[in-house]
Write a protein that binds this ligand. Structure first.
Ligand SMILES: NC(=O)c1ccc[n+]([C@@H]2O[C@H](COP(=O)([O-])OP(=O)(O)OC[C@H]3O[C@@H](n4cnc5c(N)ncnc54)[C@H](O)[C@@H]3O)[C@@H](O)[C@H]2O)c1
Length: 345
């Protein structure tokens, strides 16, 4: 294995993964196909643009001729390209079905035709749906996605495993927990809260803020994907997590504390419909392969917050243009209602 095709490498996790492949595997050549949606940016990989082992192709994973051409030049595929934001999927899910489901199918067909050596599909813990307190999802559990994003990922996840069962395509599926780190588009909770706090704007916290998530640092997530690319057993899924459980409100408080901002910036707003209360993964299977996370929650959050503090140009650019329309649509009425309630209370 020498030529790796990464999809979605201009996004958050993908850009860290591309950089890691180039750094850790000096013999590898990496091609990155990315459509450059609002969530992707070539800024995320400026530092490797000049590397002769790296090639960027702007393109859509649904574009069959392009995908066939790129797959014919690759030994392995790591697929991260997706529409990824739950809230956007609740507003309108067309692009999620197109990219996450059909795009993955196009990649699988090309991989099968070309006899690819390894296909890593980057799925998510959200495919299991909400899990009760005291329980952690194992890879054998049924998938019970509860929002359109999670459902589109679950469909692709199952398609991948079906291609192994039906055609022996050497697919490995990863199901990672919530991830934080530099270069995450500021619609997601942590960069949203960090950049709002840096601007002294309110932090819109859904519902009572007692939803539980397990937080993984992006470098740890990428190290696990690298391991699965090389050591994962075809036909198997692997959970990736860190046991860094926090309520969302604790995350908001920790961010404000790191930035020296007042707790009064937190605004409880109307919850996301169908908001999963808790995710938790049993990750003993990947631990047995020799991986465990290096970063605890506090260290990971401090690094993440510091990066946004040092890279205002990056997030100001991300927050311009369409972002403002999205933000208004998602949070405008919620923040107004919260302010009205506060006034009445
Ligand atoms: N961020 C998390 O917490 C998390 C956790 C577990 C799994 N995942 C999964 O990891 C992957 C990467 O997530 P992320 O947070 O980096 O996402 P992201 O939204 O930051 O990046 C997605 C990238 O995919 C690209 N893309 C979108 N549609 C495309 C298309 N049709 N063709 C080619 N490229 C396209 C975008 O331009 C962007 O660069 C996703 O598959 C996501 O489901 C994310």
């Amino acid at each position: 294995m020498r030529r790796i095709l990464v999809t979605g490498g201009a996004g958050f996790i993908g850009s860290h993964f591309v950089r890691r492949l180039l750094r850790e595997h000096p013999e590898y050549e990496v091609t990155n196909i990315d459509k450059l949606t609002y969530a992707g940016s070539r800024d995320n990989l400026r530092d490797v643009e000049g590397d002769p082992r790296y090639r960027f192709v702007q393109g859509d994973i649904c574009d069959r001729p392009l995908v066939e051409e790129l797959v014919s030049q690759a030994d392995a595929i790591v697929s991260l390209a997706a529409e990824t934001h739950v809230d956007r999927s609740l507003l309108e899910a067309d692009d999620f079905i197109r990219t996450d489901v059909h795009g993955t199918y196009v990649l699988l067909c090309a991989a099968r035709e070309q006899g690819i050596e390894r296909f890593v599909y980057v799925s998510t813990d959200e495919v299991y749906g909400a899990v009760p307190e005291g329980y952690s999802s194992s890879e054998m559990d049924p998938l019970r996605p509860r929002n359109p994003y999670a459902a589109s990922k679950a469909a692709a996840d199952m398609l991948c495993l079906a291609f192994f069962a039906s055609y022996d395509l050497p697919v490995v599926v990863s199901r990672g927990a919530n991830t934080m780190g530099p270069c995450q588009y500021p619609e997601k909770m942590i960069p949203l809260f960090v950049t709002n706090a840096l601007r002294d704007e309110p932090l819109p916290l859904y519902g009572d803020g007692r939803q539980v998530r397990d937080w993984l640092f992006v470098e740890d997530h990428c190290e696990a994907l690298d391991l699965l690319l090389h050591e994962g057993t075809p036909g198997e899924a692997y959970n990736i997590a860190a046991d860094n459980y926090r309520h969302n409100i604790q995350v908001a408080e920790a961010i404000l504390e790191l930035l020296g901002k007042p707790r009064s910036l937190i605004r409880h707003v109307a919850d996301r419909p169908g908001h999963d209360r808790r995710y938790s993964l049993d990750w003993s299977k990947i631990r047995a392969l020799g991986w465990s996370p290096r970063q605890g929650f506090d260290e990971a959050l401090a690094k993440t917050v510091a990066w946004y503090g040092d890279n205002e140009w990056w997030w100001q650019k991300a927050r311009s243009g369409d972002y403002q329309d999205y933000y208004q649509r998602q949070y405008g009425w919620r923040l107004e209602a919260a302010a009205r309630q506060e006034g009445e209370g």
